[in-house]
Design a binder for this molecule. Structure first.
Ligand SMILES: [Zn+2]
Ligand SMILES: [Zn+2]
Length: 644
């Protein structure tokens, strides 16, 4: 018998050679129908693989990331089986799961593949899925594996085999398709109930443009048709809310070939949003006792040697420029500059915590292929700050940072979020992690406690901490359910030492401060990209570039419109007048399209009664008000940063 420990701590005994699927069945048939794979002693395994020793076991289903990626990777095998049956002689490279589905790279010889073919492949995949073929795992010797693929004539798989040795080679077969793969896979193809092949692309073999171009087929699959339908609907909605499309339509940002890829130019409307976000950050940080600093965009090589950015982070930095025989780098992070400000004056425990904030401009070298709208750029503005504190102050400081996040989430209507707490692995102290066992334990415990106390949803990820301390990645979901990584908070016990930062403690001894890196609003680039999708371009009043547009019914009322405009401007409301000689219907439609929150329609009646007719974007007529009434209400909405 072997002993199996379940996630709730329960220990059960099973026959040696039992499988995760058997164990699931012993709990309930319903559960067994959902089990896609299993984590056995921390490794993801086939649910059908025999377990021969005591183990801790977690059954993985669609709701687990590993379950989902096993499902999608297994679907890539199913797609390959369908491709092979429709296009015999095809050769395969690799077929991994991706964020939303999977792909497989293949060499189709002289054939090209069309959208029509994708539909045929989907039909074939559905047929094959219904057969419920088992994914059969088999360990093979290198010699047998080589001779199998030599016979098949697949030089790509032979290339993969070169780096593998006896004892680490497995084949997986479902139906008539056999693949070289280390697994794991779902129990059988019957789990795959809904299939959509989404895209055909070219991809150089091994990502090297000197190599042959292969065909990359993308797809996504689900355990039910309902989930596929929901996914396709989400895609439609996401297309309408695409930040690149909205950014252009609303005059938020642009790119120019002469400026360079990945370097956004913020247009006047985008700049207003930036300024409003910074105003929010400044107010919040000032309340939280932060001090603002300004630092240059470049620094000498020597500083980045001290910080360790060189050589470890060199690939993500712009190449240096040389001046008077010294190399200067564009800053890729603000931390080293802030550390120098800490070090500029002698510090005592009375100066702590010291919180230095800056909306810092950073430059990062991202590969051209990785650039994507505002989400992946080469120039970014970060809502950065560094908190230098004592060990005793750490928990309170970390709690305050968390509360700041929660406050922002509320303002922006972000209802779904999760914090991923990445921890160290004690076995790797001194190698992957700074060798400070006590500090690791102490800070990890404090961070965990704060997360529990504040009732923040979080997950713990072992062995993914940063080199210099535990790390918290903040994931948020837009209103349509798409996930974004907003920011990373880090605890840092290493940089203080590298920069020889010190303060005098109450016993008159020199001590190194703990540092918290935090950026709750992430970067302007990513956050505004997120907000464009989240609000579908319909910004709340306080963020809207133009808050109010006045629409005179005809030129006769232009002067009255202009006096209203003056009143609005005096009240610090961003407004303009549509003075075109267009019909009022068209003026309203155009203003709606520009997603301007309020329209004030003025004509004969309004002028005679000294009123305005108020319309709200997407809602319609709100009735007549005096200009002063409207201004009072709008001001209240702006000042409280309310959503309508
Ligand atoms: Zn596989
Ligand atoms: Zn930092």
């Amino acid at each position: 018998m072997i002993r199996i420990t379940l996630p709730d701590g329960a220990v059960r005994e099973y026959q040696k050679g039992t499988t995760a699927l058997d164990i699931a069945k012993s709990i309930s048939e319903g559960l067994a129908r959902k089990v896609l794979a299993a984590s056995v002693n921390g490794q993801v395994w086939d649910a059908t693989r025999p377990i021969n020793e005591d183990a801790s076991l977690k059954l993985l289903t669609w709701t687990d990331n590993e379950g989902k990626s096993t499902f999608w990777h297994s679907s890539a095998h199913l797609m390959a089986e369908a491709v092979e049956s429709l296009f015999p002689g095809v050769k395969f490279w690799v077929g991994p799961p991706v964020e939303n589905g999977f792909y497989y790279d293949m060499d189709l010889g002289d054939r090209t593949i069309s959208d029509d073919d994708l539909r045929k492949l989907e039909t074939k995949m559905n047929e094959l899925a219904k057969l419920g073929n088992t994914y059969v795992r088999k360990e093979v010797t290198k010699a047998d594996a080589v001779s199998y693929f030599e016979e098949k004539g697949d030089e790509y798989k032979l290339d993969l085999l070169q780096n593998l040795n006896d004892g680490e080679i497995t084949f997986y077969t479902q139906g008539s398709f056999t693949d070289l793969c280390r697994g794991p896979h779902i129990p059988n193809t019957g789990f795959i109930k809904a299939i959509k092949l989404t895209n055909i692309a070219g991809a150089y073999w091994k990502g090297d443009e000197k190599n042959k171009q292969l065909t990359r087929l993308y797809g996504v699959t689900f355990p039910s048709q309902k989930e596929l339908d929901e996914y396709l609907q989400l895609l439609e909605e996401a297309k309408k809310r695409d930040h690149r499309k909205l950014g252009k339509e609303l005059g938020i940002f642009t790119f120019d070939d002469d400026v360079g890829p990945g370097l956004p130019l913020w247009m006047p409307n985008g700049t207003i949003i930036i300024e409003e976000l910074e105003r929010l950050a400044k107010e919040t940080e000032s309340e939280g006792g932060y001090k603002r600093v300004v630092t240059p965009h470049i620094a000498k090589e020597s500083m980045y040697r001290t910080s360790g950015h060189l050589p470890y982070y060199q690939d993500s930095m712009y190449p240096p420029m040389e001046l008077e025989g010294v190399k200067y780098y564009l800053k890729s992070m603000n931390c080293p500059h802030h550390h120098k400000i800490f070090a500029a004056e002698p510090r005592s425990y009375k100066d702590m915590p010291l919180r230095l904030a800056e909306y810092g401009t950073c430059y990062r070298y991202e590969q051209s292929g990785e650039l994507f709208g505002l989400m992946r750029v080469r120039c970014l503005h970060m809502n950065d700050a560094h908190i230098y504190c004592t060990r005793e102050q750490f928990a309170d400081e970390f709690r305050a940072v968390n509360n700041m996040y929660l406050r922002y989430f509320k303002i922006f209507g972000i209802d779904k979020y999760v914090m991923r707490l990445s921890l160290h692995d004690p076995a790797k102290l001194g190698q992957k992690y700074v060798n400070e066992p006590e500090l690791w334990k102490e800070t990890e415990d404090m961070v965990r406690n704060v997360l529990i106390e504040s009732d923040i949803p979080y997950i713990e990820v072992p062995d993914e901490g940063a080199f210099y301390g535990p790390k918290i990645d903040v994931q948020i979901w837009s209103i349509i359910g798409r996930e974004f990584t907003l920011a990373t908070n880090q605890v840092d016990f290493a940089q203080g030492r590298r920069f020889k930062l010190e303060f005098t403690n109450p016993h008159n001894q020199a001590e190194t401060p703990l540092i918290i890196h935090r950026a709750p609003l992430g970067t302007h680039e990513r956050f505004i990209g997120f907000l464009l999708e989240h609000y579908a371009g319909k910004f709340p009043l306080w963020l809207a570039p133009v808050q109010v547009r006045i629409l005179p019914i005809s030129d006769k009322f232009l002067d009255y419109a202009k006096t209203i405009l003056q009143d609005l401007k005096k009240a610090d409301i961003r407004a303009d007048v549509d003075d075109r000689s267009e019909k009022i219907g068209k003026k309203i439609r155009d203003t709606e399209l520009m997603k301007i929150p309020y329209m004030l329609v003025v004509g004969e009646k309004e002028m005679n009664e000294d009123m305005v007719s108020v319309r709200r974007q997407g809602i319609g007529d709100l009735g007549k008000k005096t200009a002063q009434e409207f201004i009072a209400e709008a001001t209240e909405e702006i000042v409280n940063r309310r959503s309508f």
